[in-house]
Design a protein around this ligand. Structure first.
Ligand SMILES: [Zn+2]
Length: 417
C-alpha cells in the first residue's frame, strides 16, 4: 500500500463537478480549493479538501508540500500525431522565406516527405523518436494524449505506427489513446477509390483484429477525402466498433461538422471554417468540438475557430495541440492556453476546463481522469506558479514543477533537469 499526502497547494484546481463534460457557465467553475490538500492511496485519489482536514489522515503517508504552487489534473491532449519520422525543418524555413505550401509540396516537402521517412523507418527507430516526443508532453504537464497513425498509408506502415503506439504505452508513463487515421491522405501510388477500398477491406479489419485503436479518424477536406468518402470510412469503422473523430472544416467549410453529427462521432476537430449551422448540428448530436489554435498559428493563419459562438451554443469545448511535424510542432498545452485566451477570447478558466475534464470525456476517459476527485486516478501536475491564470499568461515559460501519474512522480524539474 502506498499513501501520499499532498498539502498546502496555493490553489488545488480540482475541476470537481457533474460527471459529464462541462458547458456554458460551467466552464468557468474550476472547483478551486485554497491551501488545498489531497490524499492518494495506491495511485487513486481518496480525499480532496482543505489542507487542515487532509492533515488529520496523513499517518504513514509520504508528504508532498506544494506550498506556493498550483496543483491541477494533468492536461489531456485530445488530438496529436505523436508518431512520425524526422521533421519538416526545410519546409519551415521555406515558409518563413515566403514560399507557399504548393511550392513547398512541389519541392518535395509537405506530408509526403514525412510519409516517405516514416515508411523507411524501422519500428525501433520510430519508437525512439516517439519516446522523445512523449517526454516533451510530460514536461509540458500533459499526462494523457490521444495519438493517431496516418503517416504510413500502406497496410503494414499504418499497423507499424499503431504498434509503436502500443509499445510506447507500455514503455513510458504518458497515457496514450490510439486512433487509426489511415484516411490522412491518399497515397500517391493509388487512386482515391483503390485506397478507400484498401482502407475499408484490409486496414480496418487488421487494426480491429489486433485491437490497435479505439478511435477512427478521417481528414475530410478538398483534395483529401470528400464528404461521401469520409462517410464510407466512418461507417465502416463504426460497424467494427471504433468510436469516431474527424479532421473537418479546417481549410474549407465542406459540411464536415454536419457529417460528424450525422455519424454520431465523439469529436469534430479543427472547425476553423465551421458556420452557425455546423455549430447547431454539433450541439444537436452532442459532438465535442476539439479546437487546435496552435495549428492555425503554425500555418501563419489568423482564421481561428469561433470558440465563443461554440460556448454560447452550449458545446462541450475541448482544446488540444494537434502536435505534428507540419503545421503544429508543439506538444505544449500551456502554449495552447495562451492562444485560446489571446486569439479566441476564451478565459483562462474556460481554457483549463477544455484541456482537462472536457478533453478526458472526449477520449472516453471522463470517469477516470480529467479532474481531482475521489475515485479518479492520481494524474496531476504541480506548477511553479500561485495562480492558475499564470499558465496562460506567461507564455513560453516552462512552469512544470513535477508530474504525477497514478500517484508516482514521473518527472520533477529540480531532480530531472
Ligand atoms: Zn490533426
Amino acid at each position: 500500500m502506498k499513501l501520499l499526502a499532498l498539502l498546502h497547494a496555493s490553489q488545488l484546481v480540482t475541476l470537481a463537478g457533474p460527471k459529464r463534460p462541462r458547458i456554458g457557465k460551467e466552464l468557468l467553475d474550476l472547483g478551486i480549493v485554497r491551501d488545498g490538500g489531497m490524499l492518494v492511496r495506491d495511485g487513486k485519489i481518496e480525499k480532496v479538501g482543505p489542507s487542515d482536514e487532509i492533515e488529520k489522515n496523513v499517518r504513514g503517508a509520504e508528504i508532498l508540500d506544494a506550498r506556493g504552487r498550483v496543483v491541477m489534473p494533468g492536461f489531456v491532449d485530445a488530438h496529436t500525431h505523436l508518431v512520425f519520422a524526422g521533421n519538416r525543418l526545410d519546409d519551415f524555413e521555406r515558409h518563413a522565406r515566403g514560399e507557399t505550401y504548393e511550392q513547398i509540396a512541389k519541392a518535395g516537402g509537405g506530408i509526403w516527405s514525412t510519409v516517405k521517412k516514416t515508411r523507411a523507418a524501422t519500428e525501433p527507430d520510430l519508437l525512439a523518436q516517439a519516446k522523445k516526443h512523449a517526454n516533451w508532453f510530460l514536461r509540458c504537464g500533459t499526462t494523457t494524449v490521444e495519438a493517431k497513425s496516418g503517416y504510413g498509408l500502406t497496410v503494414e506502415d499504418e499497423l507499424k505506427i499503431l504498434r509503436v503506439l502500443r509499445r510506447l504505452k507500455a514503455d513510458v508513463r504518458l497515457e496514450i489513446v490510439p486512433t487509426f487515421l489511415g484516411a490522412h491522405a491518399v497515397p500517391r501510388e493509388l487512386s482515391p477509390n483503390e485506397y478507400l477500398n484498401l482502407l475499408i477491406t484490409e486496414m480496418l479489419p487488421r487494426v480491429t483484429a489486433e485491437k490497435l485503436a479505439e478511435f477512427c479518424d478521417v481528414f475530410c477536406e478538398r483534395g483529401y477525402f470528400d464528404i461521401d468518402q469520409s462517410r464510407n470510412i466512418l461507417s465502416a469503422a463504426k460497424k467494427v466498433g471504433l468510436s469516431l473523430r474527424g479532421h473537418v472544416d479546417q481549410l474549407t467549410n465542406s459540411g464536415g461538422a454536419k457529417l460528424m453529427a450525422e455519424m454520431g462521432a465523439t469529436t469534430a476537430d479543427h472547425l476553423e471554417q465551421t458556420d452557425a449551422q455546423g455549430i447547431a448540428s454539433l450541439k444537436k448530436a452532442n459532438v465535442q468540438p476539439v479546437l487546435l489554435p496552435a495549428s492555425v498559428y503554425g500555418l501563419g493563419s489568423s482564421r481561428y475557430p469561433r470558440a465563443r459562438k461554440m460556448i454560447e451554443a452550449g458545446l462541450a469545448i475541448v482544446l488540444a495541440t494537434d502536435f505534428n511535424p507540419g503545421s503544429s510542432p508543439t506538444p505544449s498545452m500551456p502554449t495552447v492556453l495562451s492562444l485560446a485566451c489571446t486569439q479566441m477570447k476564451m478565459s483562462p478558466a474556460e481554457a483549463i476546463t477544455a484541456s482537462t475534464v472536457n478533453a478526458a470525456y472526449s477520449v472516453n476517459l471522463g470517469d477516470k481522469i480529467g479532474s481531482l476527485e475521489p475515485g479518479k486516478l492520481a494524474n496531476f501536475v504541480i506548477f511553479d506558479c500561485e495562480d492558475y491564470r499564470e499558465l496562460a499568461y506567461w507564455f513560453g515559460v516552462p512552469q512544470t514543477h513535477a508530474v504525477y501519474v497514478h500517484g508516482d512522480c514521473v518527472l520533477n524539474s529540480s531532480r530531472d533537469r
